[in-house]
Design a protein around this ligand. Structure first.
Ligand code: NI
Length: 180
């Protein structure tokens, strides 16, 4: 296994519809293994092949440590219910946003051994599959977010606490706030 570089930002590979895999070759198995290693190294719960620059329909998901799913050509064949919750993405570092997803999904695909796999996923696992499968169609969660969070807002406020400032700094602080 080898760690691969994660693509971030406005790279067009994140906006491309990926090609189906078809037969799972040793090369695709190697890609799956590398993606698991890369995901774990980055403390992620899922990764899609375009995030490591490969435009093929492959995802890995590991919401519960040790319970890893590696799928080629994954498809959501059924979904029900609804949930709203926060998502982040290794390709969009430092951000998070609230996304509406189905509560339950059935995912079908091909496993690393070439056999068909069906996963009944609920809650956060369902969310992870939806997020990763979207990547294969060039879709990022930021496209679907109901709103984006401001993770640093509180920290920033603390940093700028007026009582810790000199009078001159405080005047500047107030002016900046007004100018926003
Ligand atoms: Ni992502």
């Amino acid at each position: 296994m080898a760690k691969r570089k994660i693509v971030t930002g406005n790279d067009p590979v994140l906006r491309t519809v990926c090609r189906p895999v078809g037969a799972v070759t040793p090369r695709i198995r190697e890609l799956m293994d590398d993606m698991v290693e890369t995901m774990r190294d980055a403390n992620g719960v899922g990764l899609a092949a375009p995030q490591v620059g490969i435009l093929r329909r492959v995802i890995v998901v590991e919401v519960e440590p040790g319970q890893v799913y590696m799928l080629a050509d994954p498809e959501i064949t059924a979904s029900s219910g609804e949930q709203e919750g926060n998502e982040g993405c290794l390709s969009v570092p430092g951000e998070s946003g609230c996304v509406r997803r189905p509560m339950n999904v059935t995912v079908k695909g091909t496993g690393p051994d070439g056999n068909p796999v069906t996963v009944e996923a609920e809650g956060f696992l369902a969310r992870a599959f939806c997020h990763e499968i979207d990547h294969l169609d060039g879709i990022l969660y930021t496209d679907k977010a109901l709103y984006m969070n401001e993770p640093d807002a509180e920290e920033e406020e603390n940093e700028k606490k007026p009582e810790k400032m000199s009078p001159a700094a405080y005047r500047k602080y107030k002016k900046n706030r007004k100018d926003r």
